[in-house]
Write a protein that binds this ligand. Structure first.
Ligand code: 4AD
Ligand code: MG
Length: 445
């Protein structure tokens, strides 16, 4: 690009004092002269006047460009602008019922920052087209709204755990071990060896609590999950916690506490976004603890009573979890699963060794939101469970060491961040909870 193309125009649209469009729509600048900058959202040409709706990250406002306010050539250029062109506008704010949002800016000056090519996204385009153009679709109000809520959820997770006294700890992403079973590992070439993308922060966290005490993280987890369900990603963000001396009740409280904190936080910061997304605000506002707690056994018989074809010992799938959550008006904890359908590290219930001291927290539309457990502390039991799962215990030697030198009771859980967004934003598919989704058939853009 030549120097001239970057040279700023000579006008009074300098660097400072641009108003966020939101302030104009809230009536803060009515009757005043303001400067805004953003992108052309929509354009309408009525001959001697052009309406340019301008979008910035905070909102969309109508601007009117009248031919008698501009030199002819400038007016023609503004008139020819395509959607998504970037520009700066100066003008007086007027209340106008006819304008979308109730306000308009009567432009006295305008600077075209970049005249856009024909934007490849138009109305009513297929899901696949929008996914192919995700890098551009991120400009949509829907994606902006969801990603703003996502940002709040990350803030809320850090805030909750830190306020409760948990320190942030980081596990490696490249790892030689499986945490959640070999079937969903992504192999990575590691020079002459093979390692995997981590499925969970947990095993390393279990080593770290001996020094740091109670810890948490938010990090990516990877699952080579071929099942194409609306709630599975191959790369997702995972909020995990591990607590020293924690038992099942402690991690139930900690799970409920986090979920309620996130609800409170998004209601405080993202009401507008949630409304745009048609979320049932009343459901979120009325939500309070304690959440019901039932055993896996009770869950199976409830599902059978509902006429579902499920028998004791089977893992729940999406239909079972959806049905189950529909029977409660709050999220529900399901505890004491049979050990065969849960991970090797879960501690067995001393009262019934066929069951584990763990839970899944289920929410409507989504199903499992959190998976947590008390951890097995005996080396022999862990070795046996690994063998039963077809794993080679020798690769886990370092992990088994955590049970050889002053083993202590502890427990923890993992919450899928995109699943919590699916629930909070009422999304039909998990791919919209993340800016660039990774699923079995998509890793671009
Ligand atoms: O139940 P999971 O597999 O549990 C663990 O990974 C434990 N190591 C966590 C721990 O105790 N520290 O996964 C935990 C949560 C699930 O409840 C779900 O919300 C989410 O992670 N999750 C997924 N989210 C999106 N896509 C996937 N493929 C997911 N798999 C699990
Ligand atoms: Mg699970």
């Amino acid at each position: 690009m030549s120097e001239e193309e970057h040279a700023p125009e000579q006008n009074s649209l300098g660097k400072e004092n641009f108003a966020p469009i939101e302030e104009i729509l809230e009536g803060e600048h009515t009757g005043e002269e303001v400067k805004i900058r953003g992108w052309v959202h929509r354009t309408r040409d009525i001959g001697n006047m052009v309406f340019l709706n301008v979008r910035d990250p905070s909102g969309v406002v109508q601007t009117t460009i009248a031919s008698d306010e501009f030199e002819e050539e400038k007016f023609e250029d503004l008139k020819d602008l395509l959607v998504e062109s970037s520009l700066k506008v100066k003008g007086e704010v007027a209340k106008d019922e006819r304008a979308p949002g109730g306000y308009e800016i009567r432009a006295s000056e305008a600077e075209i920052v970049h005249a856009s090519d024909d934007f490849p996204i138009h109305e009513d385009q297929s899901v696949e087209h929008l996914l192919d153009n995700r890098h551009l679709w991120l400009r949509s109000r829907r994606m902006r709204d969801i990603l703003n809520v996502r940002s709040t959820v990350f803030e809320g997770i850090h805030e909750f755990f830190r306020d409760e006294g948990y320190e942030e700890f980081h596990s490696p992403i490249l790892t030689p071990v499986a945490c959640e079973g070999g079937a969903t590992l992504f192999p990575v070439e590691y020079f002459d060896d093979q390692v995997y993308l981590t499925q969970s922060w947990q095993l390393y966290a279990e080593a770290a609590i001996f020094g740091m005490g109670d810890i948490y993280t938010i990090a990516p987890s990877f699952r080579a999950e071929k099942s194409r369900t609306p709630r599975h990603l191959t790369e997702y963000w995972h909020a995990e916690v591990e607590g020293l001396w924690h038992d099942l009740d402690d991690i139930i409280d900690l799970g409920e506490g986090l979920v309620l904190h996130l609800v409170e936080k998004v209601l405080e910061k993202n009401r507008e976004e949630l409304k745009n997304l048609d979320v049932d605000l009343e459901y979120l506002e009325d939500l309070e603890g304690p959440f019901p707690i039932i055993t896996y056994e009770e869950a199976v018989s409830k599902l059978q009573d509902e006429g579902m074809d499920v028998s004791y010992g089977e893992d729940f799938g999406v239909p079972e979890e959806k049905k189950l959550t529909s029977l409660f008006d709050k999220p529900v904890f399901v505890t004491h699963y049979p050990k065969e359908i849960k991970a090797f590290y879960m501690k067995r219930d001393e009262e019934d060794e066929s069951k584990v001291l763990g839970y899944d927290l289920m929410v409507p539309h989504v199903g499992e939101l959190i998976g947590g457990s008390v951890r097995e502390t005996k080396v022999e039991s862990l070795e046996r469970r690994l063998e039963e799962g077809g794993e080679d215990p020798s690769i886990y030697e370092w992990f088994l060491d955590t049970r050889r030198y002053g083993s202590v009771p502890h427990a923890g859980y993992g919450l899928g961040v995109e699943r919590v967004l699916m629930w909070l934003c009422d999304l039909d598919h998990i791919r919209d909870a993340v800016p660039f989704p990774r699923t079995p058939n998509r890793y671009r853009p």
